[in-house]
Design a protein around this ligand. Sequence first.
Ligand code: ADP
Length: 254
Amino acid sequence: MLDSVKRVILVLSGKGGVGKSTVSTQLALTLKERGYKVGLLDIDLCGPSVPYLLNLENQSVHQGPEGWIPVYLDNEQRLGVMSIGFLLGSRNDAVVWRGPKKTSMIKQFLEDVCWQELDFLVIDTPPGTSDEHITVMENLRQVPQCGAIIVTTPQEVAIEDVRKEITFCKKTGIPILGIIENMSGYQCPNCSECTNIFSSGGGKSLADIAKIPFMGSVPIDPRVGKLAGQGLAAVKELPDSTTSKIFSELVNLL
Ligand code: ADP
């Protein structure tokens, strides 16, 4: 039920593995730490990783009288999470569905989850521009404050895919809030010097060309990967790290 949601942030990427779920999760956690009421909806039906990233894999959603009750990360119920992962028996179970079944599941995710009043609903989408995206975009037109964030890595091949995402958003009329470049260089934990392992600045130059905002770069932070699956990940566990500061700044741009 989206009528109780003030703002929707769609997190998109052209390719898998660029850190879209990590960015979605960290944005949701950072917003929660700021005191907002947040929902995190994982509609990556074929690779739901949000339950793993938040260490919620053993949880399951319950059906209430008015719809699904999300899994809450905290006792104050400031961060509610919904994912297909909660409906699968195990992480290794695969969803092998054709388009119409996927479409109806996404519709259910958008219409039948009792979110309560939310300041932000962050939606982690599958990579690319598939049936899932079209269904989401069609259903989100009713939400007045809805925008997309595109996540990319600095490599040229990922950037190429981003162009398609930009075109898709433009065609479907979803405003693009900006591009985030993830895994953008490696910051040495000892001296804090940042080394650009791959090419650098691709996200920024693409944003300039497409005339959309460049929101910032998140470096490769080995602790992000290590903490994934342990629960509250970067924001809580790395309060003074560059990564948590960057997400704090990113949230200011929303
Ligand atoms: P996607 O959702 O785009 O498929 P994920 O968020 O699942 O990508 O990230 C892919 C992998 O990269 C995960 O193992 C994740 O922990 C790791 N990762 C993502 N961003 C970073 C980062 N900034 N630093 C280190 N590891 C990262």
